[in-house]
Design a protein around this ligand. Structure first.
Ligand SMILES: Nc1ncnc2c1ncn2[C@@H]1O[C@H](COP(=O)(O)OP(=O)(O)OP(=O)(O)O)[C@@H](O)[C@H]1O
Length: 255
């Protein structure tokens, strides 16, 4: 579980996060949504320990980040997996090489242990025949699977995903969303996903944090978000004509 208590983050005199308090449960897919520039990436980078909030605290299963020693912070970072926007695979390495990379960097595992672990996670993301291919030789959806395999190879307690669906067609996007959700449940990971994708909100939004201008404007579940009367949320969620019509139908049915 990650607990965020009143965090503030500024760059020079630009106050970006203005006191965000929330929590993210283990085994759940937690989504962060909001307009461009609302502070989602800055928030995610604070959770990753890449930015230090000037005020407030973030705790990881009870461990308050600011109170950890440098060594404890390093250990904590190794418990975090990250799926970057656009996959961020190493082009010059094979699929297997990409997946083994964190093990080679951060563990003292033997070659056969690394091989077993890489085989296991690649199988888990349903990639069995691609070990020796290079990123340029596989599809965008397969690249995402490799990125997910690499993110979970160290058995993380926390998984962060930045726009995991960007660049994918809607069907592949849903498959990737569901894969992340299954893995989150299976390994009891605290997963946090930055997304613009309303399909993801519907499909896997067990908890949704809606940021607006650096503040928490709303939080709740995917069942609640499509029913809320909070205008800030409905303006955002129903910004497309299709969604506006669906909502109108829902309201008419309700009345
Ligand atoms: N390293 C930085 N230095 C200065 N300003 C920054 C830095 N990182 C982000 N910002 C500013 O913080 C604000 C929020 O940016 P952020 O990237 O978090 O938005 P976002 O909600 O993730 O947007 P998008 O959906 O477009 O990715 C922006 O005004 C941005 O210019």
């Amino acid at each position: 579980m990650i607990e965020v208590n009143d965090i503030h983050k500024s760059f020079d005199d630009a106050h970006i996060l203005k006191g965000v308090t929330t929590s993210f449960q283990k085994g759940k897919t937690n989504l962060i949504i909001g307009q461009s520039g609302s502070g989602k990436t800055v928030f995610l980078k604070c959770l990753l320990g890449l930015f230090t909030p000037e005020e407030g605290t973030i705790s990881y299963d009870g461990k308050i980040y600011n109170e950890l020693t440098d060594e404890q912070k390093r250990d904590l970072r190794q418990e975090m997996g990250m799926v970057f926007q656009g996959s961020a695979l190493f082009d010059s390495m094979s699929v297997e090489g990409n997946v083994k990379f964190p093990l080679e960097m951060f563990t003292k595992q033997s070659k056969s242990e690394m091989q077993d672990r890489a085989d296991f996670v690649l199988k888990r993301v349903n990639l069995v025949d691609a070990h020796h291919k290079f990123p340029s030789e596989i599809s965008g959806g397969m690249q995402k699977r490799v990125a997910i395999a690499r993110a979970i190879v160290m058995n993380p307690k926390y998984l962060f995903c930045d726009e995991p669906n960007s660049g994918l067609d809607p069907k592949t996007a849903i498959v990737i969303d569901n894969l992340i959700k299954e893995i989150t449940e299976e390994y009891n990971i605290t997963t946090i996903i930055n997304t613009h994708d309303m399909n993801s909100v519907m499909e896997i939004g067990e908890k949704i944090l809606f940021l607006k201008d650096g503040l928490k404007a709303w939080e709740g579940t995917n069942k609640e978000i499509f029913k809320t009367d909070n205008e800030t949320v409905t303006d955002f969620v129903y910004s497309s004509d299709l969604f506006k019509k669906v909502r109108q139908m829902y309201i008419e049915e309700r009345n």
